[in-house]
Design a protein around this ligand. Structure first.
Ligand SMILES: *Cc1c(COP(=O)(O)O)cnc(C)c1O
Length: 443
């Protein structure tokens, strides 16, 4: 492993009104006191020897080398290796679907969404820091979910000592399997079923973070991709893909189905660390703030539009400020690396059907949006090799998928057992009810 120069990476707030912190502080706080997102002071460049030999390195070696500069000396090398070994204990296969078009499957983790890696890494880091500090006070992870985040976070933090997890989800607006993933674990995980939309859940969470009557009683942190420990490890997907595809000797294009832009921003981070990438494509659904911004330079979020790729129903993506920062807030430099396209549900459904008929491959709605973005970009570039990220298993979106590909005969193991279980939720009608739960200690 590289690096005998022990430097401590500092993180600053993008709002620039808060003190710099080390990785452990940034992870525990989630967001800076001035409400800014934390960003590393320096972008680490990995040495040429790493890129020259990456095809011979294991997942764990790649992960330790790439994460070490971000973690600094807040986690010792042996513990970091232990953490990444545990976090990455499943496959990240690349499947070629057509000439020059492959998918990177990120759904082989316990909740079958790519968020497993970030959630597991954050949970283990937070657990490590609390233990190291010998902290007696429990930390409460409070998170709003439109579907996939909650499951990955619940699973990632399940039974981690010293941490309680509270998840808010909109009643009736997550899929059956997603709801079961939130509500069947028990132990340190509590699910709140909110009478309202995802935006209502998000608003309640934001309000709770600012509510001193709550924060006097509980140390709250967030597990959304604003947390650096959830955001940064996603850069590993791109390194794993590069490891496989380097031998093709072609310029690489990554198409990323995007919502909050954490995943694609992590990919761009890998590029800034020295990984050759020709272009990133941010593929979005009918929530078009970013493609409109790339066209006009005007950032104008609108009301969120509900779609079948619901994990991307975001109109004001919180990580886009980080994308801009990586390119020093220069739109013309950013445009040379980032293209953004949007697709409506009708086109997305038609694509799920076409790819199933032509390639016998079942896309989930998010992956289908990524596929569409990649194909559109590759029309103008026949030299490049394109990879789109499959961010969730299609079985998580049966109501959208089964009318197109027919009924699933064999469910994957991760869901087979879930469907039989009954879940437990706390129903919440308004903020005061949530506050009642949060100020009640020892619940
Ligand atoms: C969260 C999610 C996305 C969007 O990822 P961002 O990092 O928020 O852009 C895409 N697909 C699926 C399946 C997701 O769960």
């Amino acid at each position: 492993m590289s690096g005998n120069t022990i430097t401590t990476m500092n993180y600053y707030s993008l709002n620039k009104q808060a003190p710099n912190v080390t990785f452990d502080e940034a992870v525990i706080r989630g967001i800076a006191p001035d409400k800014g997102l934390y960003f590393p002071e320096e972008i680490p460049r990995l040495p040429a020897s790493f890129w020259d030999t990456i095809e011979h390195l294991s997942k764990e070696e790649i992960a330790c080398t790439a994460m070490k500069p971000f973690v600094g000396d807040t986690i010792d090398d042996a513990s970091l290796l232990e953490i990444v070994t545990d976090v990455l204990s499943f496959d990240f296969p690349i499947i070629e679907l057509e000439d020059q078009v492959a998918t990177l499957e990120l759904f082989h983790g316990p909740t079958m969404a790519f968020k497993d890696v970030g959630a597991r890494f954050m949970a283990r880091c937070l657990g490590y820091f609390l233990k190291q500090r010998n902290q007696k006070e429990e930390v409460t992870v409070l998170v709003a979910t439109s579907g996939d985040t909650g499951g990955a976070v619940a699973r990632g933090f399940y039974k981690v000592p010293g941490i309680k997890v509270m998840i808010l989800y909109p009643s009736g607006k997550v899929s059956d399997i997603q709801e079961k993933q939130l509500t069947t674990l028990g132990e340190n995980i509590t699910a709140f079923e909110v009478a309202g939309t995802f935006d209502d859940c998000q608003a309640m969470v934001k309000r709770a973070f600012l509510d001193q009557e709550i924060t006097n009683k509980r140390q709250l942190t967030s597990a959304n991709s604003i947390n650096v420990a959830r955001w940064l490890p996603q850069l590993l997907y791109y390194l794993f893909a590069y490891k496989e595809l380097k031998k093709k000797g072609k310029p690489l294009v990554f198409s990323v189905p995007s919502g909050n832009f954490g995943n694609i921003c992590a990919g761009m981070m890998a590029h800034h660390m020295g990984m050759p990438v020709q272009q990133f494509v941010a593929a979005v659904n009918s929530n078009t703030t970013i493609p409109r911004f790339m066209q006009s330079g005007v950032y104008a979020p609108t009301l969120t539009v509900p779609t079948i790729s619901n994990a991307m129903d975001v109109s004001d993506p919180s990580n886009f400020v980080r994308v801009l920062q990586l390119f020093e807030n220069d739109l013309s430099t950013l445009s040379r690396k980032l293209t953004s396209y949007s697709y409506c549900d009708q086109v997305t459904r038609a694509t799920v059907r076409d790819v199933y008929e032509n390639c016998k491959y079942i896309l989930d709605p998010h992956g289908a949006v990524g596929y569409l973005g990649l194909k559109e970009y590759l029309k103008g570039d026949t030299e490049a090799y394109g990879v789109f990220l499959e961010t969730a298993h299609p079985v998580k979106f049966l109501p959208a998928i089964e009318p197109i590909v027919g009924k699933y005969k064999e469910l994957p193991d991760q869901v087979k057992n879930l469907v039989k279980k009954g879940g437990i939720t706390q129903k919440i009608a308004n903020y005061e009810e949530l506050k009642g739960h949060l100020t009640l200690i020892d619940s």
